[in-house]
Design a protein around this ligand. Sequence first.
Ligand code: 13P
Length: 253
Amino acid sequence: MRKKIVAGNWKMNLTFEEGQQLTSEIVQMYKDEAIQEVIVVLNPPFPHLYPVKKLVGDTPGVAVGAQNCSDKESGAFTGEVSTKILASFGVSYVILGHSERREYFKEDNTLLAAKVNQVLAHGLTPIFCCGESLEIREAGTHEETVKAQLTASLFHLSPEEFSKVVIAYEPIWAIGTGKTATADQAQEMHAALRGHLASKYGQAVAAQTSILYGGSANPGNAKELFGKPDVDGGLIGGASLKSRDFIEIVKSF
Ligand code: 13P
């Protein structure tokens, strides 16, 4: 059975102390409320990663992820962070291809393919984001657009490599806008993506790939989203900054 995952993307938010407090609360609630079947991934800004990992420790079911990484192995790349560094203190996931990175930092499919390779080379799990703009959705070409993003940055992988990848579908028009995709729209896209994976890697690999939904997910709509057969979890922005909201989303399965 494929994994259920709820990842919190803190983006560029929270001071050191706020991050420590949020992490402690989430870990405590996760344990106290006996959550077991859902993997939680906390993705804070880089400076938080080490202290957050310290607080999380070896708590089963709770993992720590980065929001980005370098496409290079190591060396003179001022300001960059390698997956080797991340792996060395227990970071186990990296979000790649987020629309904010594609748009504001001009990350393209080729660069993302190189980052995917780095993440896999060091035994981490990429959470690979894809999604369409409102313009593309209105033009009706959203499925082919999103499939093309996967093809360009992931389909060079062997089936064995690909089986370690997590996908996150994040329609750009739903991110931070309060305008969630309906559960039916999410299901339609997730099923289309799974079909695309099956055509490349076969049914077995497609069936075990976790596909998360992201975009204005909150405690009020998570249950309906997670109730869909091809929605295997969420990548949560704003609502991941409040421990109770985040845990309620996790408990919506
Ligand atoms: P919001 O949940 O704030 O819409 O953000 C979604 C997102 O971009 C997660 O990566």
